[in-house]
Structures are given as structure tokens and as C-alpha cells.
Write a protein that binds this ligand. Structure first.
Ligand SMILES: [Zn+2]
Length: 471
């Protein structure tokens, strides 16, 4: 009798350790398309109002709950997002769902045909759109939470190297041109001419990672995919589009035969570590195309690969969840007095009055913008655990070499990374890449963290992964 009781107790203890209850999941989308006329600040050089909506923008949301812990993802079709918007959305969710901020990951896909949602333009920030965005993200997660139902989760990856290329190239000695600050001799350029290009300055992360969520009866509920590709782009000025991220969501739904389900299936493509990776094969001019047709080609192929992964992985309902978040204070690369004087002298010239001024003028403005930054900024880092899988996120445009290192150093059985999450920390070159120079390293409000930021962020994320796994 005693041994039977002990046996029953042991069974109970084992099941409670594996998660208090079978995991539940809910997914929903929330439309975040801006009004016509809202400023699309796609790149630092190109601004303009929204003139046409090619396809709607969404916050694509997934909520998971193991009976003890609830975590939420919102992957949003914007170029990047101000920390204030993330904070506003998380405050709304604390109120409506009592969901702690550390359990919520809100990221930007980095589509460039969408609002930048950041106060670094030189016109007035679109406060109305920013508040709308925060509300719509919170509502998307609320809707997903409302739909929580018994679920099964599986994950796996496959290498898809054919669509990712490191865009920072070592250039030949005689082709080193001056950077916007007048410095000659930088070893690396972003997208140089074919004649100048020697070899890429860093790797790519070719992994397409797939987190598959199914209803208890096996119907697809949500796919959260992850790939390190900046975006495809090549759309006309003024177009609003979710880029290939949106096309993937559509293709994966079709290929899983999940159209018109009730509740609707939700496909999501998140951005991995693509700060120095785009879809342009510099060495093959025939493969340098962009535009809507190219988005379809890439998204369709990745969706087929994702379906294959889903077909071979095991889905299980005894999945334990966890969340850890920390704020890492980092120094800002603020300009010195001499740099401010250089910027002021340029901004007093006739060139500065032009609508499309030269690059030095643009960086003179950036220098003045940066001079008003605080000396240090808190950078939000996060690790979310789904069973044996851990997802690490940072608010920066992270280079592939960093993503690969995190995957390697992670003690979790499987790891993937989401960039541009929970705020905005600009480009994150490694100290070595800072040394090489090039666009992503030039001090601007799109690249402002200290030179040592990358090793600090990487080490903190590896530690967070350890902590969220209870080790
Ligand atoms: Zn970018």
C-alpha cells in the first residue's frame, strides 16, 4: 500500500514539474495600417507620406499559457519602434490582462514600406499614429489571450542560405572613399560596386527557425518563423507594405491548408539577426532584384521549407514557459566638442538648405541630434522560454555574427533570436566591425551605442538564457 501511494505521489510530482497544465495558445492579428499621409520614414535618406496601401500592416500576436506562466509575442509591420510605444502597449496589457512587461515581446519586422514609429525624423513625430500603434498591439495580444485553447507546440530549423547575403564588404585598397565625416581609409562598405568589392566582412545566419503551434486536434493555430533577412524592399515611394514578412504569413497559411479557419490561423515571420544581411547577391547581378515579385518568390520558398519542418517535428502539450528581462545601461557615442563644431559649420552653408542635401549634411544633422542624447540609455534584453527552446531578443539591428554566437553559447537545446524587440538601440556592430567602419558604424541616431555594446549585450543575453532555464 505504501509503495502504491509513493508511486502515485511520484507521478503527481513529475507531472507538476513538467508544467501545471497542458499548454494553451491563442493567436490573433491587429491591423496597424496608417492613415494616408502618415510619414513613412523608411530609411534615413528617404522620407515621404503614405500614398497607397499595397497590403495592410499588422501586429501578429501569439499568447501561450502553461497554467502558471503566460507569455506573449507581437511581431509588428513597422520599420522600428520607439521604446515609449512598447512601454505604452505593455502598460495597457498590465491593466487589461495583468501580464507582466517581462513576459511580453514586442518587435518590429523592419519592413521599410511602413512607418518608422520612432522620434528620430526631423519633422514632428506622428504622436497620433504612435498611440494608435500601442493600442492596436495591446488589443492584438488581448484578442489572442481571449482565444486561449488547448494546444501542442513543436519547433525545428532548416538552413536556407540562398536568400541571405552579408551586405558589408571589404573593399579594395584603391577604392576607399571618404565617409561622411571626411575620414578616408575605411576597410568596409555597405553594398559597394562590384569592381570595388573584395569579400563580405562577416557571416550570415542561414537558419529558418519554425515554432509551430497546433490546436489539440492537430489543426494549425499559429506558425512563428524566424529568419535573418533585413527586408526585400524595392517598392515605389509612398507605398505601404509588410514586405516579405506579410507574404510569408499568407503563404504559410495557404500551404498548411489553414485558410478561413475559425478562429483564424496566424502566420508570423520575425526578424532574426540581419543588421548586416540583406537579400542582394552582389556577385550575381541577375539575383539583385527586389520588389513585390521577389518578395513572393522568397516568402513562398521559405513557407514551403517551413511546412517541411512542421511535418517532421514532434508537437507536445507538456511545455513549460518562462520569461526573464533586464535593462542594461549602455553609454551613448555622443559627439565631442570638435564634432559638434564641424556639424554646426556645415549646417550654416547653402548646401544645408537643399531638399536633398549631401551625405555630410545628413550626418551633421545626426551629430546635432546625438549631441542631445543622454550619456547612457537602458537597453532592454529578454529571454523567453518555451520548453527546450529559448528566444533571446535585443532592441538593436544585430549583426549575424552575434546571432550565431548566441545560438552557439546558449545552454538551451534550441535558441533563436529576435532583433528590434522592445524598443530601439540602433545598429549593433561588433568592436571589430566598428574598427572596419562603414555605414552601420557611422554615429547617428540609427547607430549610437558604445563600441563595446555588442560583447556586453551578447554576454547578458547568454546569461538571461541560463537564468530562464533555471540553471
Ligand atoms: Zn535596417
Amino acid at each position: 500500500m505504501k509503495s502504491i501511494l509513493l508511486g502515485a505521489f511520484a507521478l503527481f510530482a513529475a507531472s507538476s514539474m513538467a508544467g501545471a497544465a497542458p499548454v494553451r495558445a491563442g493567436a490573433a492579428t491587429s491591423n496597424i495600417t496608417p492613415d494616408m499621409g502618415v510619414v513613412l520614414d523608411g530609411t534615413i535618406m528617404k522620407i515621404g507620406p503614405a500614398k497607397h496601401v499595397h497590403d495592410e500592416l499588422h501586429a501578429r500576436c501569439l499568447v501561450l499559457d502553461d497554467g502558471t506562466t503566460r507569455i506573449a509575442f507581437a511581431v509588428c509591420d513597422v520599420t522600428m519602434m520607439a521604446p515609449e510605444i512598447v512601454a505604452e502597449a505593455k502598460a495597457l496589457l498590465k491593466k487589461s490582462l495583468d501580464l507582466p512587461p517581462e513576459n511580453i515581446l514586442i518587435s518590429a519586422t523592419h519592413t521599410h514600406s511602413a512607418p518608422r514609429a520612432l522620434n528620430i525624423g526631423f519633422g514632428p513625430a506622428n504622436e497620433a499614429y504612435h498611440h494608435f500603434l500601442a493600442r492596436r498591439i495591446a488589443e492584438g495580444i488581448q484578442r489572442a489571450a481571449f482565444l486561449l485553447a488547448p494546444a501542442k507546440i513543436g519547433w525545428g530549423g532548416v538552413n536556407k542560405p540562398e536568400f541571405v547575403f552579408n551586405r558589408r564588404w571589404f573593399v579594395k585598397t584603391d577604392s576607399k572613399r571618404a565617409n561622411p565625416f571626411g575620414r578616408i581609409g575605411e576597410r568596409v562598405q555597405f553594398g559597394p560596386s562590384l569592381a570595388d568589392a573584395e569579400k563580405p566582412s562577416g557571416p550570415v545566419d542561414p537558419e529558418l527557425f519554425v515554432l509551430s503551434v497546433q490546436h489539440a486536434d492537430g489543426r494549425p493555430l499559429c506558425v512563428l518563423a524566424n529568419y535573418g533577412l533585413h527586408y526585400i524592399g524595392g517598392v515605389p515611394t509612398g507605398h505601404v507594405s509588410a514586405d516579405y514578412f506579410g507574404v510569408f504569413a499568407d503563404c504559410i497559411q495557404e500551404k498548411l491548408h489553414a485558410d478561413r479557419q475559425d478562429p483564424p490561423f496566424v502566420g508570423i515571420m520575425s526578424n532574426g539577426t540581419s543588421g548586416d544581411v540583406n537579400g542582394v547577391n552582389l556577385k550575381d547581378p541577375n539575383k539583385r532584384k527586389a520588389g513585390y515579385a521577389r518578395m513572393h518568390e522568397v516568402a513562398d520558398d521559405l513557407a514551403s521549407a517551413a511546412v517541411e519542418v512542421i511535418g517532421r517535428i514532434e508537437h507536445r502539450s507538456d511545455v513549460e514557459l518562462g520569461a526573464k528581462l533586464t535593462q542594461l545601461p549602455l553609454h551613448v557615442r555622443k559627439p565631442g566638442a570638435d564634432q559638434v563644431a564641424w556639424a554646426q559649420s556645415l549646417l550654416g552653408t547653402e548646401e544645408a538648405k537643399k531638399t536633398n542635401p549631401s551625405r555630410p549634411i545628413i550626418y551633421a544633422r545626426e551629430t546635432m541630434g546625438l549631441s542631445e542624447y543622454p550619456d547612457t540609455l537602458p537597453i532592454t534584453l529578454q529571454a523567453l522560454r518555451i520548453g527546450d527552446l529559448t528566444i533571446a531578443s535585443a532592441p538593436c539591428e544585430v549583426f549575424a555574427v552575434t546571432g550565431l554566437a548566441i545560438k552557439k553559447e546558449s545552454m538551451a537545446k534550441a535558441t533563436f533570436t529576435i532583433e528590434l524587440a522592445n524598443g530601439y538601440g540602433g545598429y549593433l556592430p561588433t568592436p571589430e566591425q566598428h574598427e572596419y567602419g562603414g555605414y552601420e558604424t557611422w554615429p547617428a541616431r540609427s547607430s549610437f551605442l558604445e563600441v563595446e555594446a555588442e560583447p556586453k549585450i551578447r554576454a547578458t543575453l547568454v546569461e538571461l538564457i541560463r537564468e530562464v532555464n533555471g540553471k
